[in-house]
Write a protein that binds this ligand. Structure first.
Ligand code: MOS
Length: 728
């Protein structure tokens, strides 16, 4: 095993001090002299055509500087994947369909005033005349011919995504199967609930650029979308990320950026906005709720030979990243197993719900809930140990995925399963003899995998620049990089990788980050991709800089754009493709207690074995694992997002309950598996999403082990558990 100076070391975070002392400003802390304040008028109704907007009273209100509506937005459309959302909904813009609001959080107008209170008061004076349209919130209803259309202007139905996998012959294979398990699963919405609600400050900088300081996940993509909506060249827009209070995918799509830029551009003054928690909850996308229908067949020697899946994701009102999220659901819907015969259909559907968006795991948690439930049920039906059953079917190098090509290797799911089994002390997970107590204990196992990167034919890329300063010795290495530090530790990991590549102490690395004026694009902090991508970019830049340093250039500057291995899109009828260049693998085991009188589920112990390739900073990896397990546990047993006819009932953290320290598992154990990826920097794969993925099915299996019931829909709230037990 190679030893490194900085790689594999739990060094202190480079951003720790400022965050711990409170000195580091987050978006909501920013201010400038002469700054104005913005408030948004949200639609507050799920589907309606706006006939007219009267802003005259608001404009005349005390302190009001300006009111902007659809007619003021030069190119009134935006979107990360499809530009299907108006910046401001209403009449007067050239965008077809921009006069329609499609969910409660659509933005109708913004007021800019001298104080926040004045802006808020004036918002109430705006008169909007609506004509309500029929609302569709159930994706199954929305799929039917004749359903109310969410986007009249797009396609010929609400179905906006359809992916297919056709591999082998499922009909013949089912005929040969000894056991078949058929189930329908439902997974819920999840709210990101990051600590910091959306906020930002926009102003005109010294060079005349419209500058937006606001948290996000991809500076250059934000810049591109703002420039598009304002009808300005990209270099007239500057995006800077301050410290970011969590993202988890929820900051991939835009929220306050474009309207802030619009106001600063028109008024030539600094403008700030801070969303309340309520505005945040209705205003940004959520994890896709998904309906999953599965029929899986296995032979009595324990081989899964046929899978037929139908997956329907509620996309909500706009595309956001639904096409990419459901692409990941498609890939992961077979679990990390070799299945010779697969037939899968995956649909994304527009509805009048709050848009579904990126959220840690990006479509994989939903698909893996189905896959791992199916595996555990098949193991039970076959009378096999669920771990042994997994080992019999686990993917190995060269085995083809559902999409017909092998996962780029090494495929290490078997190593992860073995590691989790050993650490947990897996004993077969057989239901304990009935105890007299109403508190029942159970154990469950699950596995998963996740692609690193967006890919699916998109050429993944990442840029870095390193400037070496000094005379005989390197005094300072300045690393320029756009990557968003959303709390995960990417800036620390990048500094470690730069120090390693340059052979200098960490203290000599200075990071200039997350500003479109000084960096080129790094791609998104998403899809567990940034360690892999930035590490390769840094290595390339370091090599060039060191060469120039040896040639006596001062400063010695190396600039490099890493291009990941090429990938392909799904072949439309079969899904045949090489959709990703790298994967990471995971296996987990849970021990739970179920109170059969109250229905409460408590996670006692949790083990997560994650193949991250090479941990650049093991303490940060452990932080990712513990954070992911806690977040997924909230998804599994606690968080319940409720809506009625498109209205959000749980729009505050007093009604949408996330885990507190009293709810989280008593013990989460991280087992590092390190099977290097040949293309990863120092072998690294990725970790951001991985430990989130099989948490729910591991807990579900443990509940089954404790109580004897399978619960196919979560969260496993007391009410749902008691109903499953037949007690209510
Ligand atoms: Mo992510 S859910 O790929 O930010």
């Amino acid at each position: 095993m190679t030893t490194y100076n900085h790689i594999g070391k739990s060094l202190a975070r480079v951003d720790a001090r400022g965050k711990v002392t409170g000195e580091t400003p987050y978006s909501g802390d920013l201010s400038m002299p002469g700054m104005l304040h913005m408030k948004v008028l949200f639609a507050g109704r799920p589907h309606a055509r706006i006939k007219s907007i009267d802003t005259s009273k608001a404009e005349a209100a005390p302190g009001v500087v300006a009111v902007f509506t659809a007619k003021d937005v030069p190119v009134n459309e935006y979107g990360l994947q499809w530009q299907d959302q108006p910046v401001l909904c209403g009449p007067g813009s050239s965008k077809p369909g921009a006069d329609v609001v499609r969910f409660v959080g659509d933005q109708v107008a913004v007021v800019v005033a001298e104080s926040e209170a004045q802006a808020a008061a004036a918002v109430k004076l705006i008169k909007v005349e609506y004509e309500d349209l029929p609302v569709v919130t159930d994706p199954l209803e929305a799929m039917k011919p004749g359903a109310p259309r969410v986007h009249e202007e797009i396609g010929d139905s609400n179905i906006c995504v359809h992916y297919k996998i056709r591999k082998g012959n499922v009909d013949e294979a089912f005929a040969k199967a000894d056991v078949i398990v058929e189930s329908e699963y439902r997974t819920p919405v999840q709210e990101h609930a990051y600590l910091q609600p959306e906020a930002g400050l926009a102003y005109i900088d010294d060079e005349g650029r419209v500058t937006v300081v606001c948290g996000g996940q991809w500076t250059h993509e934000d810049q591109e979308q703002i420039a598009h909506a304002l009808g300005l060249p990209e270099d007239h827009i500057r995006v800077i990320y301050p410290a970011i209070g969590g993202a988890f995918g929820g900051r991939e799509d835009m929220s306050v950026q474009i309207v802030l830029a619009l106001a600063a551009w028109k008024l030539r003054k600094p403008v700030r906005i801070i969303w309340s928690r309520q505005e945040s909850i209705i205003g940004h996308g959520k994890r896709h709720p998904v309906i999953l229908r599965a029929k899986w067949g296995a032979t009595k020697d324990g081989k899964v030979i046929a899978i037929q899946n139908e997956i329907i994701g509620d996309g909500g009102a706009y595309m956001y990243t639904t096409n990419k999220v459901l692409g990941n659901s498609t890939i992961t819907s077979t679990g990390p197993y070799f299945i010779p015969n697969v037939k899968t259909d995956v649909y994304g559907v527009y509805t009048n719900n709050v848009p579904s968006a990126a959220f840690r795991g990006f479509g994989a948690p939903q698909a893996l809930f189905m896959a791992e439930m199916q595996m555990n049920k098949l193991a039970e039906k076959l009378g096999m140990d669920p771990v042994e059953f997994r080992l019999k079917n686990a993917l190995k190098d060269g085995d083809t995925l559902g999409v017909g090509t092998p996962a780029p290797g090494p495929v290490s799911v078997i190593e992860c399963i073995e590691a989790a089994r050993q650490r947990f002390g897996w004993d077969g997970g057989k239901r304990k003899a009935e105890s007299a107590s109403h508190i029942k204990r159970g154990r469950g196992f699950a596995a998963g995998f996740k692609n690193i990167g967006f890919s699916f034919g998109y050429q993944e890329n990442c840029w870095a620049k390193i400037e070496l300063r000094g005379k005989a010795e390197v005094d300072e290495a300045i690393l320029y990089h756009a990557s968003a530090e959303v709390g995960q530790g990417t800036h620390t990991v990048m500094a470690q990788m730069a120090a390693e590549a340059l052979g200098i102490p960490l203290e000599k690395v200075r990071l200039v980050a997350s500003d479109t004026a000084t960096t080129n694009t790094s791609g998104s902090v998403s899809a567990s991709r940034m360690t892999f991508m930035s590490g390769n970019a840094i290595r390339g830049a370091a090599e060039i800089a060191l060469k120039k340093w040896k040639a006596e250039e001062r400063p010695a500057v190396g600039e490099f754009k890493y291009l990941a291995p090429r990938t392909t899109t799904f072949e439309p009828e079969t899904g045949y493709s090489t959709p990703n260049f790298a994967y990471a693998w995971v296996a987990q085991a849970a021990e739970v207690e179920v109170d059969t009188e109250t229905g409460h589920v408590r996670v006692i112990r949790f083990v997560s074995a994650d193949d991250v390739g090479q941990a650049i900073n093991p303490a940060l990896v452990q932080g990712q694992v513990e954070g992911a397990v806690v977040q997924a546990q909230g998804y599994a047993i606690q968080e319940e997002y409720k809506t009625k006819n498109g209205y959000v009932l749980t729009d505050q953290l007093s009604t949408y309950l996330i885990p507190t320290v009293l709810d989280i598992p008593e013990k989460v154990e991280t087992v590092l598996v390190e099977v290097p990826d040949p293309n990863g920097p120092w072998g690294a794969r990725g970790v951001g999403e991985l430990p989130y993925l099989p948490v729910v099915p591991a807990i579900a299996a443990a509940i089954h082990d404790a109580t004897g019931v399978w619960i196919d829909e979560f969260p496993f709230t007391p009410e749902r558990v008691l109903r499953a037990l037949g007690k209510i």
